[in-house]
Write a protein that binds this ligand. Structure first.
Ligand code: FCB
Length: 463
């Protein structure tokens, strides 16, 4: 792989001068300190301690130890020249049992983080829920229960009351698709359930919770409110009508099942029809569809999009082989020749432009942000003690150029957050997959910027 030269600022890649360049993390993936300052147990603590759930039995107990190293980590962000930092708040640090009693020490940690960021000239971008549901709420039924949405809105207000004077950018959920379908249908994420009906109720209640929280925060004076969804470019493996239909179903169950309620106030008809065919449509519709869709489509100021890859799909496959897609489980993922990352995800930057432009067509006035994009690679090329990650650098470069292309075509894309600031706990895959701009040595917890970090710092520099 040919090493890329350092860019002379963002405009060298065709990005506007006021385009934000940031980096993202999530609480459970970096914080550690799971028993400190009154933090309660989350579904990820329970799941990661369940034998066989996470590779090599790894957990987030220590992770990157960010809870103790936060000031140094913010200094590292400053060295990278980040305009903004996207982090998530751990609900069980704020409400250890998921409702009622508030733990002030938890709020204080995020308050210190926000102050540290502002002092470093970095805009805080706060996500309220990145998958760490307090375990007592899961014990009461979790997201398949409507009450969880009400609890989420209470929690959102508590965090906003403490930080709303300094944090302008609020995201309700990160990737509700993952919460609902990997957590409740495929069971490969916490809480590890395999119940298609429950996963569809979870979709609905995640969106209801989003709407309730958005309304409450708006009323409390919040100005910039949004949600982050993970979207995919989707192609059919061939022109065969069965493959073309597989593409429709995959787009429906990956993208439109969230985009349509959020942006258009409706469930996609074709998705409901597919679900009705297997007796599951009413799980998504629920008993009060009008009220739920009105909540789901509460106006947004910004939509966050996480983009990693293109799905290419064909009909067939073993029956039920893809349980993360209820009603469409008999599909096959194929790769028509894209290079893949260490996750096995096909690399296709044109898919990012495609996704941005299709969302823009649905919601022409909405500001968009890429809230995650990045790549895992083995990072085994080390030159003078530093990871020479030309593969990751090329991935970031090509996807940022795709952003520039879409902006030139009129998409109001305002910023981009690299996933991730540093290597961290990659959920069910543990510490084996490295996404960071900065390397973390899990024995010493030492942070070492990779070559991609140097490249990114050159990009963020304003001339
Ligand atoms: C996204 C998650 C993030 C990280 C990346 C690789 O789905 O939001 O936490 O795990 O994938």
């Amino acid at each position: 792989m040919t090493p890329l030269e350092n860019p002379a600022g963002r405009t060298a890649l065709g990005l506007p001068d006021d385009f934000w360049l940031g980096a993202a993390t999530a609480a459970y993936q970096i914080e550690g300190a799971v028993d400190e300052d009154g933090r309660g147990t989350s579904i990820w603590d329970t799941f990661s301690h369940t034998p066989g759930a996470v590779e090599r039995g790894e957990t987030g107990d220590v992770a990157c130890d960010h809870y103790h190293r936060m000031p140094q980590d913010v200094a590292m962000m400053k060295d990278l020249g980040l305009d903004a930092y996207r982090f998530s708040v751990a609900w069980p640090r704020i409400q250890p049992t998921g409702s009622g009693a508030v733990e002030q020490r938890g709020l204080d940690f995020y308050s210190r983080l926000v102050d540290e960021l502002l002092a470093a000239g970095i805009t805080p971008w706060l996500t309220l829920y990145h998958w760490d549901l307090p375990q007592p709420l899961e014990d009461a039924g979790g997201w398949p229960e409507r009450d969880t949405a009400l609890r989420f809105a209470d929690y959102a207000q508590t965090v906003h009351a403490a930080l709303g004077d300094r944090v302008r950018h609020w995201t309700t959920h990160n990737e509700p698709w993952v919460s609902a379908f990997l957590g409740y249908a495929a069971g490969i994420h916490a809480p590890g359930r395999r119940d298609a009906a429950a996963s569809l109720r979870a979709v609905r209640h995640l969106l209801v919770g989003h709407g309730l929280a958005t309304r409450a925060l708006r009323e409390a004076g919040a100005e910039s409110l949004g949600i982050t969804v993970n979207l995919y470019a989707v192609s059919a493996a061939s022109d065969d009508p069965a493959d073309v239909d597989a593409r429709r179903r995959m787009d429906g169950m990956s993208n439109r099942i969230f985009l349509e309620p959020l942006l258009l106030g409706r469930w996609p008809d074709d998705v409901l029809a597919d679900l009705d065919a297997v007796g599951l449509g009413d799980e998504l519709r629920g008993p009060t569809p009008e009220e739920d869709l009105a909540l789901a489509s509460t106006p947004l100021d910004a939509l966050g999009i996480n983009y990693y890859s293109r799905h290419t799909v064909a009909a067939g496959g073993e029956p039920g082989s893809e349980p993360a897609y209820p009603g469409s489980a008999d599909v096959r993922f194929v790769n028509p020749g894209y290079p893949v990352t260490d996750m096995g995800w096909p690399v296709d930057p044109t898919g990012l432009s495609e996704v941005l432009e299709s969302v823009h067509a649905l919601a022409p006035d909405l500001s968009l942000y890429v809230t995650e994009n990045g790549a895992a690679y083995p990072d085994d090329v080390v030159v003078d003690g530093r990871v020479q990650d030309d593969d990751r650098t090329a991935y970031l470069d090509s996807h940022l150029r795709a952003c520039a292309t879409s902006i030139a075509r009129g998409v109001p894309l305002r910023g981009y957050f690299a996933w991730s600031l540093m290597d961290n706990f990659e959920w069910a895959l543990g510490y084996g997959k490295r996404f960071g701009l900065v390397r973390v040595d899990y024995d010493t917890l030492e942070r070492t910027p990779k070559r991609s970090a140097e490249w990114y710092a050159a990009l963020t520099r304003r001339q």
